[in-house]
Write a protein that binds this ligand. Structure first.
Ligand code: ZN
Length: 432
């Protein structure tokens, strides 16, 4: 299958040489992208970064569109949600391959030993916030597509590259918005590769789902010296945590999935307590002597493809209901904050198979198929765009994402560009 899938490129060697010859250009492009401090929140520097990508691709014959996601969370005059989508038609009709990279990055945070927005190159690596997640991947996809076009002028189909915003905050002003408007659906697009940092030899076919909810227990305020006159909401919450420990956590640990999630600890259902706030806030460092009348908890439940969202919610609600029946004064409310269903494409589908074949060709070893423990923009492409043939594949090292001194290895970027170019060549020729 591998040999057949690769035949479309006039000369694979020529393509690889072209990409190797653009190694410095790839590094420079990554550095330029890192220098836009596209921090989300609030959504800094989106427009200049999108326009930088758009200008580059327009000069190379792409039709470029800017889509402003008006009215989406965080969109305001100072922080407009601007996405860029570039498309280049081939010489004959055929499938469209789309590379989607998010341009936003998380806050730099502490612990850096260098300027996170300088794009410093050292020891074969490009450092900076977003180098790994995922400007190195986005740059590699741009170089891949440009080299493919240059080495293969008679190519059919179409190639698209997008730089989208807000992935780190749910994608509402980015891929979610675009998917709702047909940018990620057939017949416009057939195959999508998202160069998220999943390691250079891994094909990521999907991700677990997520449910965030806030649970509040309520009590009755009283003087802290006479707690028997009140009813402590924190003690009620403690009773709930005990139920989680006793009933829910053991159950979740026994549930496992056939999704190849990495790391393997995430092949079970998980629940994290993201935060807990109870009682009166301290004023100027002094606590108030009151019985807590409210305690709030935010939970982060991650779902497997085998789990149903309603069942997952019911399981938590039932614990709360049991406590209402069994514990004096237990009153609670629960509110959904955010939910995403799990998404997983077929590992035998065109995009997964072509990418795996290209990894074998470039790296000389078999690709590993994985799923991500957390979600990324694939959910919107799958659920809203109804486009199933989507994977994540990119050069960054997963564990470095969001860390201080985040980097992308230059060899990995070059290799991933070859993989992306080869996979795209097979796909535009109708590899299935
Ligand atoms: Zn990312």
């Amino acid at each position: 299958m591998a040999a057949e899938a690769h035949r479309p490129v006039a000369s694979q060697d020529e393509l690889f040489k072209l990409i190797e010859g653009r190694r410095d250009e790839l590094v420079e492009l990554t550095r330029e992208l890192i220098r836009f401090p596209t921090i989300n929140p609030p959504g800094e520097a989106y427009q200049p970064c999108a326009e930088y990508i758009g200008r580059r691709l327009k000069a190379r014959g792409f039709q470029v569109a800017y889509v402003h996601a008006v009215g989406t969370p965080g969109d305001e005059v100072r922080y407009p949600r601007i996405n860029v989508i570039a498309r280049r038609e081939g010489v004959a009709p055929g499938p469209t391959v789309h590379f989607n990279g998010h341009i936003d990055v998380v806050q730099a945070g502490g612990g850096w030993t260098m300027d996170p927005f300088a794009g410093i190159v050292k020891d074969g690596k490009v450092y900076g916030r977003g180098a790994c997640d995922m400007k190195g991947g986005l740059a590699a996809s741009i170089i891949a597509v440009e080299a493919l076009i240059d080495s293969h002028p008679k190519m059919p189909g179409a190639l698209e590259i997008s730089g989208t915003v807000d992935e780190e905050s749910g994608g509402f002003g980015g891929v979610h918005y675009l998917a709702q408007r047909g940018w990620f659906s057939a017949p416009r697009v057939d195959h999508v590769i998202i160069p998220e940092p999943l390691n250079v030899d891994r094909v990521c076919i999907g991700h677990r789902g997520v449910w965030w909810a806030q649970i509040e227990t309520r009590g009755r305020i009283a003087h802290g010296s006479m707690p028997f006159l009140g009813d402590c909401a924190i003690r009620h919450m403690h009773a709930f945590i005990e139920r989680l420990e006793r009933d829910l956590y053991p159950r979740l640990a026994t549930r496992s999935t056939e999704m190849p999630v990495v790391p393997s600890g995430a092949r079970h259902s998980t629940l994290n307590i993201n935060s807990l706030h109870g009682g009166q806030a301290e004023t100027s460092g002094y606590p108030t002597p009151c019985v807590a009348d409210s305690c709030r908890m935010v939970i982060d439940r991650r779902l497997l493809i085998e789990e149903d969202m309603e069942d997952v919610k019911d399981e938590v609600r039932q614990l709360l209901e049991q406590l209402s029946r069994e514990r004096d004064g237990f009153r609670y409310s629960i509110r959904d904050i955010f939910e995403v269903r799990p998404s997983m494409t077929d590992r035998d589908g065109p995009v997964a198979r072509s990418t795996a074949a290209a990894i074998r060709e470039v790296l000389g070893r078999d690709a590993e198929f994985v799923c991500s423990p957390g979600t990324y923009d694939q959910k919107h492409i799958d659920r809203i765009g109804k486009l199933r043939d989507c994977i994540a594949y990119g050069p960054g090292i997963l564990d470095l994402a969001h860390q201080p001194d985040e980097y992308a290895g230059i060899d990995d970027m070059v290799n991933s560009a070859k993989v992306m170019a080869l996979a795209a060549a097979a796909l535009v020729h109708g590899a299935a």
